[in-house]
Write a protein that binds this ligand. Structure first.
Ligand SMILES: [Zn+2]
Length: 141
């Protein structure tokens, strides 16, 4: 059995789901049999915290703290990538995302910032693709 954290791209609900194998997940996904618990959308994706991303590490699953450390390490690596490839817009995320979308601003870089679940939902309803990612605050900053 394998547990995946799934995220609905439509209503941004995230929920855990169990599969016999990772192949079973692919099979259900390909047949559009994976549906959101809330809105029934088939636009359900594995989130970044899916085991696929951490399976390369030899982790001792029985040791919970160690697992959490591995996950946070992965998230931090991803954050590093985002920080160097995306422009930080802080709390203005929703505003900036709209101005890129509606003004067709030339974007040589993607943006990242802070948005509430409600804001993300509103952006998606307007047809703006916004992803929410798990984020760990860097206390050194
Ligand atoms: Zn949904």
């Amino acid at each position: 059995m394998i547990k995946y954290k799934l995220i609905c791209k439509k209503c941004s609900l995230s929920f855990d789901s169990w599969f016999a194998t990772s192949k079973e997940y692919e099979k259900l996904k390909n047949r559009n049999l994976l549906t959101c618990h809330s809105c029934n959308s088939t636009q359900v994706e594995k989130s970044l915290m899916a085991p696929k991303l951490i399976s390369r590490e030899k982790i001792n699953i029985s040791n919970k703290n160690f697992k959490v450390n591995e996950i946070s390490k992965k998230i931090k690596e991803y954050q590093k990538f985002i920080k160097s490839n995306f422009k930080y817009v802080g709390e203005n995320f929703a505003y900036e995302a709209r101005s890129i979308h509606y003004d067709k601003k030339n974007k040589d870089k993607g943006i990242y910032g802070i948005a509430s679940k409600k804001e993300i939902k509103e952006l998606r309803e307007e047809g703006i693709e916004a992803e929410s990612l798990p984020w760990i605050e860097d206390k050194k900053n």
